[in-house]
Design a protein around this ligand. Sequence first.
Ligand SMILES: [Cu+2]
Length: 231
Amino acid sequence: MSRSGRIAIVLGLLACAVFMIVWVAMNFVGSEPGTVSYLTAQAPGAPVHLVMQTDGVVGTGAHPTWVSYRIQTPKTHVFVHTALVELPANSMIDVTIYQFDSGSPLRNQFFGRVTGTIGQVAKLNGKTFKVLNSYDTPNGQGVGHTFTVPSLNINVPLEGNNTSKPTFCTKGPCSPVTQEHTTTTFAFRTPSFSGNFRFQCFIPCGAGHYAGNAGPMQTLGYMGGFLEVRA
Ligand SMILES: [Cu+2]
């Protein structure tokens, strides 16, 4: 083969390699869930009202049948499929989580205990509690998911719903106006410095996946994400 022929083959292979690297990189970047920002949701220094929901079936995206968190946009009030949220540093965060999934007794009762919130308490449907005994919850449905931020020592259990109710949500986004849910509220203070703080559910709720801990439990944007605190 001529010298120019060999050069052409090498250049061709190089172009293929570059194309594949760019393609993989673009897929990786493109697959990252979006971030909902609460940085300018409230006046500086005012409490931030963060609203989220948990769906047994997320209904959209690459894995529409997976269980997932959704985060509400602060101004347009749309429940976006993501678990990445920007919060201002050194701020009071008033959290509301609408939980639409079913529940069960906890495998680890530790996660029935509220920790790290203001007063070490949360409210379930308006009633203050410190511990949710998953064998004896108000609705009798056990715990569906938890909101847990290990590095901030925050843990809040979220009660489950009765799947036999006609308004049980079978596909997200679920409606807190028309569909069966439990409402859990609590408050916490963000650190005074910037950082990305992982949050996740600690129920092995990835049904059909290895030990319930694979699939949505290990994929960013489903049962776990980040509180992106910005100073
Ligand atoms: Cu979960």
